[in-house]
Design a protein around this ligand. Structure first.
Ligand code: ARG
Length: 461
């Protein structure tokens, strides 16, 4: 049995319009939530005396049967199934008849779809939060082994000062910590129940929306029916969180691409996450890291796409809103695919400590020299100028900063003494960066404590 077109229409829909209008490909994944929401709605209809106990039972069992058909692959969508909601209801009515035809009382697809999306997105946010927590665990575990592994910190992609690999990895830990805050805010934004708003203005029936909210695990009921069906802010919140996370993933990907070059050589990428060339047999390409980098524009476009759909839309429901799922699910899929790759990459990448140490050229100590002069009473600006001159002299003579004889140093400033020669080992420079949050091992170990506390303060759902 197929549901005939509404009595409002004399003619059939044009095939081209049917094809355009079908959103099954977009929204099919919402079927579990559609069934869940429908059971809760049926329970509210039971409470309001619109469904009898027998009818409620038939609806509940029938929906479970539809769910089993979908799961087993036996479900056959019909041409008239415009979207997942129509498909589930059509099949239910085929299976149980009259009680199925009563289910849509006091409900519109407008409040139904946004209820389904909220239920679905809540779970996505929980799942992806757990994935982010596991990335943080890996970053911490790798960082613990590299508190004294020195490498240059870069500014303007020029070698700047010595830092440690642990400090570098922990920078990503804190980015992910903020991402998790944003994801959690997006999850919480899902917890408002739109069901019961009807098409736009509310219902003629007294359905117990509070009970429905509890039934479906929502925290509250949407206050305004027009807002309830038009509101996609919670999707924007998720996409904004996803876009920011994508930017972080892309920065990590870009660094891995750079670090894997022969020129840098700081890492060897795991074979499991590298590609080859169809023509150049020697190539090992950082494909996975490049795709990490490419996640940012995709996720940013998803956010921009949805904001584009929403802007200027008059209240309340408009079919444009159907497109929310195009952007939402693209972002969900992008992150579901990329996060395990990021994890595998971080777990398996090999760090070349010797290459990192070799990149710590003698001039990274220049700021330490200036700071040393400050400790001897020289004003910083003068110390900066003096040290700059020293660097220029060394570059001209082709010697390192540590090789300048004391008498030459003292000719520049009487503030220099033997202590100058203790500034040049990279580990010594590292140890000096002991301000709170700095790269010194003692501070990085403190940071581990804070990172672990942050992880346990935010247990994943
Ligand atoms: N499939 C639609 C969506 O995803 C729900 C149906 C909206 N209602 C309507 N009258 N077309 O938004």
């Amino acid at each position: 049995m197929t549901v005939a077109r509404s009595g409002r229409f004399a003619g059939e829909r044009a095939p081209a319009f049917v094809a355009l209008n079908s959103s099954l490909a977009l929204d099919w994944r919402l079927w579990p939530e559609d069934i869940e929401g429908s059971v809760a709605h049926a329970r509210a209809l039971l409470g309001a005396g619109i469904l009898s106990a027998d009818e409620f039972e038939a609806v509940e069992d029938g929906l479970a049967a539809v769910g089993r058909e979908i799961e087993s692959g036996a479900f056959v969508p019909a041409d008239a199934d415009e979207d997942v909601h129509m498909a589930v209801e059509r099949r239910l009515t085929e299976l149980i008849g009259d009680a199925g035809a009563r289910l849509h009382t006091g409900r519109s697809r407008n409040d139904q779809v946004v209820t389904d999306v909220r239920l679905h997105l809540r779970r996505v946010a929980e799942r992806q939060d757990a994935a982010l927590a596991s990335l943080q665990e890996v970053l911490l575990a790798r960082a613990v082994d590299h508190v004294e592994t020195v490498l240059p910190a870069y500014t303007h992609l020029q070698r700047a000062q010595v830092t440690s690999l642990a400090q570098h990895l922990l920078a990503y830990f804190w980015m992910l910590d903020r991402d998790r805050s944003r994801l959690e805010a997006a999850r919480r934004a899902c917890l408002e129940l739109p069901l019961g708003a009807g098409a736009a203005v509310g219902l003629d029936f007294e359905l117990d929306r509070e009970a429905e909210a509890v039934d479906l695990g929502f925290e509250c009921v949407a206050e305004n029916s027009l807002d309830a069906v038009a509101n996609r802010d919670f999707v924007v919140d998720y996409l904004a969180a996803a876009a920011q996370l994508g930017v972080h993933v892309s920065r990590l990907g870009a660094e891995l691409v750079l670090w894997a070059t022969a020129e840098f050589g700081f890492v060897r990428l795991p074979d499991a996450y590298a590609g080859g060339s169809s023509i150049m047999p020697q190539k090992k390409n950082p494909d996975a890291a490049e795709l990490m980098r490419a996640a940012a524009p995709r996720l940013t476009a998803d956010l921009g796409g949805l904001l584009g759909v929403l802007h200027g839309l008059p209240l309340a429901y408009n079919t444009d809103l159907r497109e929310d799922k195009r952007y939402l699910f693209d972002a969900v899929d992008c992150l579901d695919q990329i996060l395990p790759v990021v994890r595998g990459m971080l777990e398996e990448v090999t760090f070349d400590e010797a290459r990192m140490a070799a990149a710590c050229d003698p001039f990274l100590a220049a700021t330490d020299v200036a700071d040393y002069l400050v400790e001897k009473g020289v004003p910083f600006r003068e110390a900066h100028h003096l040290t700059g001159g020293l660097v220029r002299r060394c570059l001209e003579k082709g010697e390192g900063l540590a090789e300048v004889p004391l008498e030459d140093l003292r000719a520049l400033s009487p503030a220099f003494d033997e202590g100058y020669y203790g500034l040049h080992e990279p580990v010594a420079q590292l140890a000096r960066k002991r301000s709170r949050g700095g790269s010194a091992p003692v501070r990085v170990r403190e940071q581990f404590g804070r990172a672990r506390a942050a992880l346990s303060a935010r247990p994943c759902c």
